[in-house]
Design a protein around this ligand. Structure first.
Ligand SMILES: Nc1nc2c(c(=O)[nH]1)N[C@H]1C(S)=C(S)[C@@H](COP(=O)(O)OP(=O)(O)OC[C@H]3O[C@@H](n4cnc5c(N)ncnc54)[C@H](O)[C@@H]3O)O[C@H]1N2
Ligand code: MOO
Length: 387
């Protein structure tokens, strides 16, 4: 086994491997562009608003009052021009008639005998007030968030230039695993197959249901890897990362000709994680079998890799103020489960999920240090957990 690389270096290495391998940008429907980054600046295809637009329900009037009522200006239509002394009822969002000098809000209007009177104001949004046709709205590299999609639609787009969503597949290894029923007699329920695909989806991948459990033989591992890689850009395996009697992942990677991007990380828990690349540029992330360690591998390697593949920057760490002391782990980074108030959680062993299920994420205690209560430290969040 090679020397483990530092935890922050592992994140950057995985991200850079993804960024280098990101698919060429293409014009994607909004649903496919969501979660990527703009590969070119977003430009307005019309003025925004495209026409003077009433901001209120009221009366559009022209010239000096009082104004004789005739007709309506409704949203979705081009109204006739207004002559001096005329008023039309106008709806919020309607194009303001040419010749309009002001609008009287409905609640301020006095209407009698076909004539309207009241205080007049420029209660509309001018054409081009938000953007001019051809103006750059957002630079290349901006993450395609839901508000960006809304703005792109408002500005006249149907597609966005972005990097397509990577396909990911989880492959679960282990003869001890059950997919239904309860644990006992040496068998345990598979906790990773039902969990990890949702994390991959939340991290920006198109992830189908997991494959497996795959039998603990080298042949079965190789066959499962080949099957999953046939239609995925990223395969996340679980278990078998060590060198125990039935740990076949390393041998299977050698058999399919994959090369390590990184092999073991100086972090506790989660140390035996790995990332490998196949000859045709696909990725295999080896998640350790202990469930919390597998999640740490998702946080450390898989989420940064997926961000890179989508053209996004390395996901930033949040910060958390610790409510109690957290010990270090010598020369390794310690990822310690904490709740949103910075308190450590019970049941935080690497084979456990009970602490993780209530956690805001992992407080990052760097190598060679311990973190005292009151200190602000990095918080590595788990894809799909929004505490
Ligand atoms: N001699 C050593 N043994 C171990 C070391 C070590 O340094 N020296 N490291 C330990 C650490 S740390 C971890 S993490 C595990 C990693 O093991 P593997 O990735 O090879 O995983 P397995 O041996 O297959 O399983 C470990 C553990 O996790 C359970 N498991 C596996 N898959 C699932 C699943 N889908 N759902 C729920 N639980 C799962 C499995 O039953 C084992 O209990 O190695 C340590 N050993
Ligand atoms: O590091 Mo193992 O990954 O502790 O459970």
């Amino acid at each position: 086994m090679t020397d483990p690389i530092a935890w922050d270096q592992a994140r950057e290495t995985a991200w850079a491997a993804g960024y280098d391998a990101k698919p060429a940008p293409s014009e994607l429907p909004f649903a496919e562009a969501a979660g990527s980054a703009l590969a070119a600046p977003l430009v307005a295809v019309s003025d925004l608003p495209a026409f003077p637009t009433s901001a209120v329900d009221g009366w559009a009037v022209a010239g000096p009052g009082p104004w004789r009522i005739g007709g309506k200006a409704l949203a979705g239509h081009v109204p006739d021009a207004l002559g001096a002394g005329a008023a039309v009822k106008i709806a919020t969002g309607a194009q303001v008639p040419e010749g309009t000098d002001g609008i009287i809000r409905l609640e301020h209007a006095e209407v009698a005998d076909g004539v309207v009177a009241g205080p007049v104001a420029r209660e509309w949004r001018e054409a081009g007030e938000e953007a001019r046709h051809g103006e750059e709205l957002l630079p290349a590299g901006t993450p395609v968030t839901p508000p960006v999609i809304g703005l792109a639609a408002a500005a006249g787009h149907l597609t966005l230039p972005a990097h397509g969503r990577p396909k990911a597949r989880v492959v679960v290894f282990g003869d001890e695993l059950l997919t239904s029923g309860v644990s006992g007699k040496g068998r345990i329920r598979d906790a990773l197959g039902p969990m990890v695909p949702h994390m991959l989806t939340a991290a920006g991948a198109d992830a189908g249901p997991s494959l497996g459990p795959v039998e603990d033989t080298l042949e079965a591992h190789v066959a499962a890897l080949r099957e999953a890689l046939a239609d995925a850009d990223l395969v996340c395996t679980t278990g078998g990362t060590m060198v125990g009697p039935v740990d076949h992942l390393h041998a299977a990677l050698a058999e399919i000709g994959a090369e390590y991007v990184l092999n073991t990380v100086a972090v506790r828990p989660g140390f035996p994680m790995l990332l490998a690349r196949t000859a045709d540029g696909k990725f295999v992330a080896g998640l350790p079998g202990n469930p919390q360690s597998a999640v740490i591998a998702v946080v450390t390697v898989v989420a940064p890799l997926l961000a890179g593949l989508r053209g996004l920057p390395l996901p930033p760490l949040r910060t958390v103020e610790l409510a109690e002391d957290v010990p270090g782990r010598g020369s390794f980074t310690h990822l310690a489960l904490v709740d949103p108030a910075g308190r450590r959680l019970a049941h935080h062993g690497s084979a456990m999920l009970r602490g993780l299920a209530s956690a805001a994420g992992f407080a990052v205690v760097p190598p060679g240090s311990e973190a005292a209560a009151g200190r602000s430290v990095g918080l590595a969040t788990v894809p799909g957990v929004w505490q």
